[in-house]
Design a protein around this ligand. Structure first.
Ligand SMILES: Cc1cc2nc3c(=O)[nH]c(=O)nc-3n(C[C@H](O)[C@H](O)[C@H](O)COP(=O)(O)OP(=O)(O)OC[C@H]3O[C@@H](n4cnc5c(N)ncnc54)[C@H](O)[C@@H]3O)c2cc1C
Length: 197
């Protein structure tokens, strides 16, 4: 996964920090995340997104994201024993065979999995970005979007420490975990991680 902070603007206006957050915009490019991850990202509504299309590009040897938990796993089926990589390769050939028989790429892609990797550019206001980071740097967030959010936060802290030093999951920002019985129970460890990011 590659995360790049493409651009941001800090307007030169004399207003309170909380007001300024609404007028600052950040543009990121993220490459090599799964479609499962990008689907979660685009649920954040006050933002603009441009995502690589699957309609026109050939996806025969599609790049994909492989979760660590599937690293050495095999699945036993009536057709044999398959690793995750073999399943991906099989789906790539099914896709290609459909395209060769004249099925449009925009339809053949229906056999492609959530693991397919993608590239996406997005722009968020400072306020939305902080909201996104609060939710997605939390241990409750799914690992891939969390990894992406942590990389984004790291870049932001390098460029604008005065705004982003205090940003992280809710427990880090407020001292209280709002997750109730779903808490990860590792608040001290999490706070220390974000203090030293
Ligand atoms: C740990 C975790 C688990 C999740 N699990 C699921 C799941 O199982 N199923 C699922 O469907 N989703 C799930 N989500 C996604 C979640 O439901 C939200 O869609 C997503 O986090 C976007 O956040 P948001 O709605 O707070 O705000 P955003 O879309 O980021 O918007 C930010 C804020 O802007 C305001 N806003 C935005 N749009 C509007 C609007 N139209 N009207 C009024 N106010 C608006 C709201 O105040 C909102 O809080 C999960 C998210 C997390 C972090």
């Amino acid at each position: 996964m590659k995360v790049i902070l493409l651009d941001f603007n800090i307007p030169d206006i004399d207003i309170k920090k909380e007001e300024l957050e609404k007028h600052v915009f950040f543009t990121f490019l993220v490459d090599g995340i799964s479609r499962a991850c990008s689907h979660q990202l685009v649920r954040h509504r006050p933002a603009s997104y441009s995502q690589q299309s699957q309609r026109y590009v050939s996806m025969k040897k599609f790049p994909y994201v492989k979760p660590e938990s599937l690293e050495d796993k095999y699945v036993e089926t009536e057709m044999g024993r398959f690793s995750f990589d073999e399943v991906m390769s099989f789906l790539g050939s099914v896709y290609e065979s459909f395209v060769e028989t004249g099925v449009p790429k925009e339809d053949a892609r229906f056999v492609l999995p959530n693991a397919c990797s993608t590239r996406i550019v997005f722009t968020m206001s400072g306020r939305e970005l902080i909201h996104f980071l609060r939710l997605r740097t939390c241990n409750r967030a799914q690992w891939e979007i969390r990894e992406m959010a942590v990389k984004m936060l790291k870049l932001l802290r390098e460029k604008l420490p005065e705004i982003f030093e205090k940003v992280g999951p809710v427990c880090y920002m407020t001292g209280v975990c709002p997750e109730g019985e779903k808490t990860c129970g590792r608040q001290r460890e999490v706070v220390s991680f974000f203090e030293n990011l």
